[in-house]
Design a protein around this ligand. Structure first.
Ligand code: G6P
Length: 483
């Protein structure tokens, strides 16, 4: 029976080494959930990096990792510390990530990073080829592995390969600055189906294909050598039921079952009935527009001083890629901004910003989502943004207002949110006021539509649609042969 091989930089597992003992926990991330059904079908296997380097593992530990991940139908790609420095922190996160998010000034075009990226994509290819049998499909994920589709296609031309990019594909004017642009595009074209979150990313990609590779593009199909490569958009959803049901259970919790965080949130709500909570959650990443958000909140407090002591911003920033200098600078800037604004506005009974720099378990995320009157999501550039969708899914009474940046892929499907330009503080301040004053009937009307859409296009559906489309590309190849 044929199977699907899923490949992503990280495995859907967290592998940790605690005093020479391995601890393996399943990841609760969106991708892991969405791919569950694809992964479980047949003898599906997921290939990725375990999170530990070769230097951290001696021979016996390395075997133990292999056995433990194999039990979860996964296979680990072994990476050295040097790979992590140059491929992961280097090319993936100091070159591709900033460039694809329009941060040209942060982009480093380093030859050593590029060499490492090619070598690590080759390492991934070897593990895929070791596990690949005739008739299998391969689904490759994200910007860390742009060269992988071609590396597999060269060796196994009959394999059906899908590729999905989880971040934006930038406009041609940005992409053309990239020194190894032809190689990246031909790497991706090894796939039979290339998926993006939005039509705009798809359009940008096709424009680069036409102008850089001078290939023939018909609608959303690229003629490449003797194949047709299909390009399409598949906006990724969330596990709607999981978030919705978790918040239904949350409302039924008695006092003893409530988390410490929820008790603090309850205290806040009870102490002043007319004080509202605005929530933001993201990885601490410069694409998320965190300093802008804090400054816009400050602007709001100055423009509408009647809201002082009546509103609080709860900001959860999850540590991320902290070895990259830009992330360290952002951490410093965020700390300073929060400190300055709290120092300037706080009273004995009110702190305007509650700031958490950590990751939080799922139940605490539900505490935050269900307690917040408003979600303020202001990325300056974001491939999709699932937090916006998760917030809406947890609103079991259908109240709550989502303020969303038009620069997030999610904005394309969430028209009922209050849409803002993350660089326009005036507009954000007005949107916050509008959200805080919005009649509950209007909140319900907006969320009813949003929830229906999110429920229908869940992450499982997303994975299923992609696989269905990949299957359909098998016939495209035959059309060309018979012509
Ligand atoms: C984004 C990327 C993912 C990545 C995740 C976390 O969502 O699209 O590919 O896994 O960030 O980043 P990290 O560098 O920790 O894997």
């Amino acid at each position: 029976m044929s199977k699907t091989i899923i490949v992503s930089n990280r495995l859907p597992l967290q592998v940790k080494l605690n005093e020479n003992k391995l601890e393996i926990t399943p990841s609760v991330g969106g991708l892991a959930t969405g791919m569950k059904s694809v992964h479980k079908e047949g003898d599906g296997i997921w290939i990725g990096w375990s999170g530990l380097t070769e230097e951290e593992l001696d021979e016996s530990l390395s075997k133990k990792v292999d056995t433990a991940v194999a039990k979860e139908n996964c296979a680990a790609v072994n990476l050295t510390q040097c790979d992590i420095d140059n491929f992961y922190y280097g090319f993936s996160n100091r070159t591709l990530w900033p460039l694809f998010h329009y941060f040209m000034e942060y982009t480093e075009f380093e030859k050593d990073f590029w060499e490492s990226y090619k070598a690590v994509n080759q390492k991934f290819a070897e593990v895929v080829l070791d596990n690949l049998e005739d008739g299998d499909n391969v689904w490759v994920h994200d910007y860390q592995l742009l060269l992988l589709p071609q590396l597999i296609k060269e060796k196994k031309p009959d394999t059906s390969i899908g590729f999905f990019l989880h971040i934006p594909f930038p406009s041609y004017e940005i992409f053309r600055t990239f020194p190894w642009r032809e190689e990246l595009l031909t790497g991706m074209l090894g796939a039979d189906l290339i998926g993006f979150h939005t039509y705009d990313y798809e359009r940008h990609f096709l424009s680069s294909i036409k102008r850089i590779l001078r290939l023939d593009v018909k609608f959303n199909e690229v003629v490449y050598h003797d194949r047709i490569v299909k390009v399409d958009s598949f906006p990724m959803g969330i596990d709607y039921k999981k978030f919705h049901q978790a918040s239904v259970s949350h409302t039924k919790m008695n006092v003893k079952e409530r988390s410490e965080l929820q008790k603090r949130l309850d205290d806040h709500i009870q102490s002043s009935v007319d004080t509202k909570l605005i929530l933001s959650i993201d990885r601490l990443d410069y694409t998320k527009g965190i300093p802008n958000r804090i400054r816009a909140f400050e602007y709001f407090l100055n423009k509408y001083p009647e809201f002082k002591e009546k509103v609080r911003l709860i900001m959860l920033s999850v540590p991320s890629r902290s070895n990259v200098p830009q992330y360290q600078l952002l951490k410093k800037e965020t700390d300073e901004l929060v400190g300055r604004i709290n120092g300037q506005f706080a009273t004995v009974s009110w702190t305007p910003i509650w700031y958490f720099y950590r990751s939080m378990p799922f139940n605490n995320l539900i505490d935050l989502y269900t307690s917040a009157d408003v979600a303020l999501i202001t990325p300056v550039r974001d491939g999709m943004n699932l937090v916006a969708k998760e917030y809406v899914a947890t609103r079991t009474k259908k109240d709550g207002v989502l303020i969303l940046s038009e620069m997030a892929g999610a904005s394309k499907e969430m028209n009922e949110a209050l849409m803002i330009n993350p660089n326009n503080f005036e507009q954000i301040a007005d949107a916050i006021k509008q959200a805080l004053e919005m009649p509950v009937e209007e909140q319900i009307a907006r969320n009813t539509i949003l929830q229906k859409r999110l429920e229908r296009y869940s992450v499982e559906k997303w994975a299923h649609e992609f696989m269905k489309s990949l299957d359909a590309t098998k016939n495209l190849g035959q059309v060309i042969v018979s012509e």
